[in-house]
Structure formats: C-alpha cells, structure tokens
Design a protein around this ligand. Structure first.
Ligand SMILES: [Cu+2]
Length: 489
C-alpha cells in the first residue's frame, strides 16, 4: 500500500468514525416534513397510450422528448422536460406477446435516450448509453413483449447525464397488462399510477440540484405524478396503487398516516404468488410495487413516507425523513369491490443448482468490483439462456441499490438468511443492505449480440453517472465478446 493510499484510508476511517459518533449523539436525525403542504390539487393521471396497430401488426407508440414548463408547485411555472408534453410522459400499455415499436424523437438541445426499465429485449433496443438519440434525431426500437404483466417504466439513460434527464421530468410508466379477476383494473379510477419523486425547488420554483452530496440531490418537495400536494378522489372500496419511486436518490418507505395495513400484490417484475398484508413498504429509486388499499366511505387518509431503518449513514442520505405524499379522499358512498384473489400468479422459482456461473458484484466508491464505468469495456460475457447467481454487496457505508438490464431476478438469500417478504417476487432493482451479501439468481434470455452491451448499475443516479456501472453482453454458445463500436465519447 503506498503512502498516499494509506493516508487516504486513514482519513477516510477517521471521517467515518466521526460520523458514527455524531450519529449516535443524534446529530443526524431526520427531518419531519409532514403537515407542511396543503393537499388541494387533484392528482393528475398520465394519459394512456395503447398505441396504433400498423399494417404489420405492430403496436406503435410515439414519444417525443421536449422542453416545457409545468406547475409542479401551486403558483409557480417550473422549467421542465417531458415526453409528449411539458413534464413526465404518457403511460404506455401493451399485452404479453405484443410486437411493439416506439417512435422516439429528441427535440431537446442535447442527446438523450429512452431505456425500458425492467423489459426483456434485445440489447440494441434497450435504450442505454449506446443508443443515444442526438438532438433532432429519432430512434425506432421494436421488440416482442416476452414477460408477464408488470408495472415497468421508461426513462433516459444517456452517458453521465441520467440524473439530470430524469430529474427534469423525463419518465413514464410502461404497463404490461393482463386482466386478473378480482384485481382493480380501471385505469385512473381504481387502478392508479403513482410516480413519486422528490425535488429541490428554489425561491422562484425552479429545479435546483445539490453539487456534492453522498447520494446526489435530495429534495424537500414530494411530487406525485408531477404535482406537489395532490389528492385522489376514490370512488371504490379498494384502490390499487402502482407505485414507482422515480426519485434520483431518495429512498422512500410507503405507509399511511393511520398506520393502516394494505395488500402488497406485485414487485418490479410482476405479481406476487399471493397478496401479502403489510403496514409499510420500502422502494429505492427505480423500484416499483403494486398495493391495494381498503377504504371506508367518507374518510381521508394520507399516503406518507416513513423513516427507513437499517442504515447507519441513513439520516444524511435522507432515510430518516418523513413526508406526506398524497391524500386519498374516499367518497361518501363507495363502489363495492371483490375480495382479493388468494392466488395472484404462478412464479417459476429458479434453483441455485441450475446456476452455471457465480459473479461477485461489489459496489464501493462509484465503482463496481474496483472498476468505474468504461463505455468501451465489456465487463462480463454471459451465455444466452443460462442461469447465473450474482452476489451483490455494498461495501462503503453509503446507500446503494442494484439494477440489472434485460432480466428479472429472484433473491435467493441475504447474508444467508431468507429474503424479506417484500423481495419474494420478480425484481430488477434491489436496495442493498449495507455490508451484506445479496445472492440474486436470474436466467438470461435468448437475445444475443456480442457487440452491444446491457448495463448493470446503482440506480442512485448520481452514483451511476459517476461510474458505478458495468456492461455485459449476452452471446450464443461458442461466441466471445465482440467489439463495441467506438464512436462514443
Ligand atoms: Cu449507489
């Protein structure tokens, strides 16, 4: 170990020790933001695009990234970006088996991309940093939906600028839709999309960012579907909420102000085997969940975010804060709803014995396995159709999560213990418990391309932009890694 490395290590451990002392003295307690906002704006529901069926039977969607201005906070016009509008984007909806195509147009002044988060598809359609769309340009990815019903989403993934593009408002839901008897399914009525994001708004209502912060920008303003202080008028006894934590860094633990229980019915990649009753549910940036809440006629209840336990550097990373998110106002008379089905879906549980490869993924200091992202380096070569186990850990004391493109995975265990109940379903993004080893199992698809990589990365977007990302290719038997077209950056 060289002298300068040793000195850095000593300074680093001294800083960590000081933080631990301050933390134990209660210096880093969270901030309680509840009660500060008036909830008097009707929840906007993103418009649905079911696409247009073309002559070749493809379901065709259109997305245009553009600049705009939106009233995030009452009385202020904020400069924003959006898809097909001023802020956020439409909800795209398709069924398993559909051949979909998206006409993407970039009307921004800089390159962007559109990544289909949670979708199994060919690497060249994935919308990562190798599929950027230049200003004035367009892109036309297409693929066949090859996965069960799920709440997925789309957002830009340009090299080094994902945080900025998502933060300005480029995000929307992509629903893989399939009717399940007994589940609320009327979009915007009893099946309600909820994109939850935190923002920093300056005195004139414009989006501000933190220069240097351990996790990136943490905002004091919570938006639901793009507005602060939203209420939802419920007309049914049961309301299904499709929750997306669309924040760039903030980890949210969803709960209600009266601590009521609700049914958790779906994880990132689809329905659970059965509804699971709980009082709170943590989602880190990029994660989704579907829940069903039961309402009584005439009542008001506040969806909130409560402190997330388990992180000793949690308070400076916002995990101890408390927020109001959205008010639900139940009508004096509510439409009756069926009981939830006992069985929601069959899950094909992957077996550790079937894994042909185990890969460690150690996240620390803006790198994975000691390497920062390099657009021209292929980090892992994976055989199409194979089952693998990835052992993922966060080693530097700060919160991180982990997202893998193209696959949905299952959590085998966390430090040898069975995963928490909310992780027992298909996942594409997982919050990492500090210093613990998360064994994820996944089966890769049949799409191969030795020259175009998929990404894996921390979905705290500042971390991703600063290098906490790696690249893998999926290849056919006998194929090796190819060559990344080197015109990027
Ligand atoms: Cu991270």
């Amino acid at each position: 170990m060289s002298a300068s490395v040793l000195r850095k290590a000593l300074i680093c451990s001294a800083v960590l020790a000081l933080l631990a002392v301050l933390s134990s003295c209660g210096v880093f307690t969270g901030i309680d933001y509840t009660g500060r906002v008036t909830f008097d704006r009707a929840l906007p529901i993103p418009p649905v695009q079911d696409g247009v069926i073309d002559e070749e039977g493809r379901r065709v969607f259109s997305l245009t990234a553009q600049e705009g201005a939106a009233e995030l906070r009452s009385g202020f016009q904020t400069q924003t970006w959006g898809f097909n509008g001023d802020h956020l984007g439409p909800t795209l909806r398709a069924q398993p088996g559909d051949h979909v195509r998206v006409n993407v147009t970039n009307r921004l002044g800089e390159a962007t991309s559109v990544h289909w988060h949670g979708m199994r598809l060919p690497a060249e359609m994935d919308g990562g940093p190798h599929q950027e769309v230049q200003p004035g340009g367009s892109w036309h990815p297409e693929w066949v939906i090859d996965q069960p019903a799920a709440t997925l989403w789309y957002h830009p993934h340009p090299h080094g600028a994902t945080e900025k593009h998502v933060y300005r408002g480029l995000a929307g839901l992509f629903l893989v839709d399939e009717a399940v008897p007994g589940l609320p399914s009327e979009y915007g009525v009893d099946d309600v999309p909820l994109i939850v994001q935190d923002k920093q708004l300056d005195g004139s209502g414009q989006l501000a960012t933190s220069g240097s912060a351990p996790v990136g920008t943490l905002g004091e303003t919570i938006l639901t579907n793009g507005v602060e202080g939203a209420f939802f008028d419920a007309t049914t006894e049961k309301v299904r909420l499709r929750l997306l934590n669309g924040s760039t860094a903030r980890i949210l633990t969803f709960a209600f102000d009266d601590e009521r229980e609700f049914a958790h019915i779906a994880t990132d990649g689809g329905l659970l085997e059965a509804p699971r009753v709980t009082g709170q549910l943590t989602l880190s940036p990029g994660e989704r969940a579907e829940v069903v809440v039961q309402l009584a006629p005439g009542e008001d209840v506040m969806l909130q975010s409560h402190p997330t336990p388990g992180f000793w550097l949690g308070a400076p990373s916002g995990l101890s804060d408390r927020f109001d998110i959205m008010q639900i106002r139940a009508a004096p008379e509510l439409q009756p709803a069926d009981d939830l089905p006992d069985e929601l879906a069959r899950i094909d549980w992957l077996r550790a014995d079937d894994a042909v490869t185990t890969r460690p993924m150690r996240l620390s200091n803006r790198s994975i396995n000691g390497k920062e992202m390099d657009m021209n380096r292929i980090d892992d070569v994976i055989l199409a159709g194979s089952t693998e186990i990835w052992t993922v850990s966060a080693a530097d004391g700060f919160p991180h999560n982990f997202h893998i493109h193209d696959v949905q995975f299952q959590v085998l265990d966390v430090d040898g213990a069975p995963p928490a109940p909310h992780l027992r379903g298909w996942k594409d993004t997982i919050l990492l418990e500090p210093q613990k080893e998360h064994r994820l199992i996944m089966r890769f698809g049949r799409h191969t391309n030795p020259d175009v990589p998929y990404m894996y990365h921390c979905h705290l977007l500042r971390h991703e932009d600063e290098g906490m990302m790696g690249q893998f290719v999926v290849v056919a038997p006998g194929q090796g890694a190819g060559h990344i077209d080197g015109h990027h950056h």
